[in-house]
Design a protein around this ligand. Structure first.
Ligand SMILES: *[C@@H]1O[C@H](CO)[C@@H](O)[C@H](O)[C@H]1NC(C)=O
Ligand SMILES: *[C@@H]1O[C@H](CO)[C@@H](O)[C@H](O)[C@H]1NC(C)=O
Ligand SMILES: CC(=O)N[C@H]1CO[C@H](CO)[C@@H](O)[C@@H]1O
Length: 528
């Protein structure tokens, strides 16, 4: 035990020094490559694109504005921004406008049927975008797999059905990483999406198209899914709110790929949005009857929450250090909570966070799900990833490098079941410790990601940085990603607000509180 600790410390020290030397070089090379191809999207002009979804719903219901006008405003914005950011895989603008006109007819009528009441359709007439991995009737559902090019969904995924029942009108499906298993949304079928704050940067993944659409004003709300950070990373890189719910609240069915075996325990589906005030109403709609499991209707007093903070993972191997500006934004919040609000914020001393990546990988490996190379072939045997790598090197592969790497790497993980068992034990121990500390009324403030949005292709050099989010999939804890303004380079920063299962209402209440104080989402085009 002692020897392995010592070895790990030496490994960590060596990797840290290597990181110090290599990171600035990598940065410099990428900044030269993208020197002439970076821009920020044009500022949002239409005031309808600067309102929360709940506010739009209220205005539509009281007939202050028509649903058609709202949907049209978002469509125009989406068309404009997509030229720079390429986040739309396919749109249904004409159908959406027709559906909006139908809503207007209903609301102009004398009697409004029960199913369109405020209670049953709280978002009647409000547009939404949908992550392309979810089935939306008649729309592509490829997850960036070239082989799926011609596939169209024949019915709505359960969560999409709930959103539509609540009155939301889907306008488009948005881009993801290949098979939703990488934190950069680029693939051989639908191309690469670009960050609205700086198009030389990634939007994150896998729900990257959603993050980009919402942050750029092309959508007001959306739906994502998260097995290692796929809601929270794109929400962080694009400076919006995203919530990874407790397991069992929101149905994850109807998405491709759909994990099998106990991998499902790591996957959750949840809302992404620009305004924290939309999170809870959206989560209620998505949870349907399950909302009561998490007592989503119970009021939260932020002053009674016990706060904990941790500014980095304490030394994960292969994971980057949290950049100073990201830590600084978190320290500012902690200071504000302590000095101005007057609540106690304790710095968490638990050390097992440093095994975050190993714990996540072990949990995935031992869950007995379908292997990645099988997904890559859409269940037609397995893709030979070594052969694909050769094809990729000569520019002939239908797959992305990260997918090929993951397909090869998974084979290696299966060779170490003993280590995996040990890492799952560490995870279970951490789970116990955290439940003791946080109880039913505590939240942990923790970085979402160690770096602000990297350049395109740069994540290949930091493949394990998703460990900051992945840890909470392994633990199955609910988490809200909360934006905290822009860095000196004009890129979003933020952090995660973490709590124990079925206490989703706590981090959401904290996010609403912090949005009022720190401003939440900052429209792209605003310099710090
Ligand atoms: C995008 O980032 C690059 C590198 O940091 C910077 O030189 C450029 O000015 C940025 N562009 C915008 C529009 O902020
Ligand atoms: C890529 O996919 C297309 C469409 O499925 C197929 O025709 C082509 O042969 C594939 N290319 C390679 C190199 O596998
Ligand atoms: C720029 C780019 O690659 N856009 C693509 C986005 O995805 C659609 C649907 O696959 C393609 O038609 C576009 O060419």
């Amino acid at each position: 035990m002692k020897v392995s600790h010592l070895l790990r410390s030496i490994q960590y020290a060596v990797l840290t020094v290597v990181g110090w030397v290599l990171t600035p070089i990598i940065r410099l090379i990428f900044s030269l490559v993208y020197r002439s191809s970076s821009k920020c999207v044009t500022p949002i002009e239409d005031p309808l694109c600067l309102l929360p979804a709940t506010e739009l719903a209220r205005k539509i219901r009281t007939r202050e504005v028509t649903s058609e006008a709202v949907v049209r405003a978002y469509i125009e914005r989406a068309r404009l921004v997509n030229r720079d950011c390429n986040f739309i895989v396919a749109d249904r603008f004409q159908e959406a406008l027709q559906e909006a006109r139908n809503v207007d007819t209903i609301l102009d009528g004398h009697v409004i049927a029960e199913k369109f009441s405020e209670q049953n359709a709280p978002f009647l007439g409000v547009p939404t975008s949908i992550k392309e991995a979810f089935a939306l009737k008649g729309m592509p559902q490829t997850s960036g797999l070239v082989m799926m090019r011609d596939y169209r969904a024949s019915e709505d995924a359960p969560v999409v059905g709930r959103l539509r029942q609540a009155g939301l009108i889907p306008t488009m499906v948005t881009n993801v990483s290949e098979l939703c298993m990488w934190y950069e949304s680029a693939n051989q079928l639908n191309g690469r999406s670009c960050n609205p704050y700086n198009t030389s940067r990634i939007v994150g993944g896998s729900s990257g198209g959603e993050g980009c659409a919402i942050a750029s004003g092309a959508a007001v709300v959306g739906v994502g899914s998260d097995i290692g950070g796929s809601i929270r990373m794109p929400s962080f890189f694009n400076g919006i709110f995203g919530h990874k719910p407790s397991n069992g609240l929101v149905p994850s069915g109807g998405q491709f790929p759909l994990p099998t075996g106990r991998d499902m325990e790591l996957l959750t589906t949840g809302p992404m949005c620009r305004y924290a005030t939309d999170l809870l109403p959206l989560l209620k709609v998505m949870s349907g009857p399950e909302a009561k499991l998490a007592k989503l209707d119970q009021k939260v007093d932020v002053m009674k929450i016990r706060f904990f903070t941790k500014f980095d993972d304490g030394g994960s191997l292969l994971v980057s250090h949290v950049e100073p500006e990201i830590q600084e934004s978190q320290r500012k919040v902690v200071q504000y909570l302590r000095d101005t609000v007057g609540v106690h914020v304790e710095e968490l001393k638990l050390t097992k966070f440093q095994y975050a990546f190993e714990m996540w990988a072990a949990k995935m490996a031992l869950s007995g799900g379908t292997d990645f190379a099988t997904y890559m072939s859409n269940y037609n045997g397995r893709v030979n990833c070594y052969l694909e790598l050769l094809k990729w090197l000569v520019g002939r592969s239908n797959h992305t490098l990260p997918a090929i790497g993951l397909g090869m790497g998974q084979g290696l993980a299966d060779l170490t079941p003993g280590t995996n068992k040990k890492n799952v034990q560490i995870l279970n121990k951490l789970d116990q410790e955290l439940r003791e500390v946080l109880g039913e009324d505590g939240v942990l403030l923790y970085p979402t990601h160690p770096k602000v949005a990297p350049y395109h292709n740069e994540p290949i050099f930091y493949p394990f940085n998703f460990a900051y989010t992945g840890l909470f999939n392994a633990l199955a804890y609910p988490v809200t990603q909360c934006p905290l303004g822009l860095s000196s380079e004009g890129l979003p920063v933020g952090f995660q607000i973490v709590t124990t299962p079925n206490n989703d209402r706590l981090p959401i209440a904290v996010a609403v509180f912090l949005e009022r104080v720190f401003g939440g989402w900052v429209p792209p085009g605003t310099r710090p």
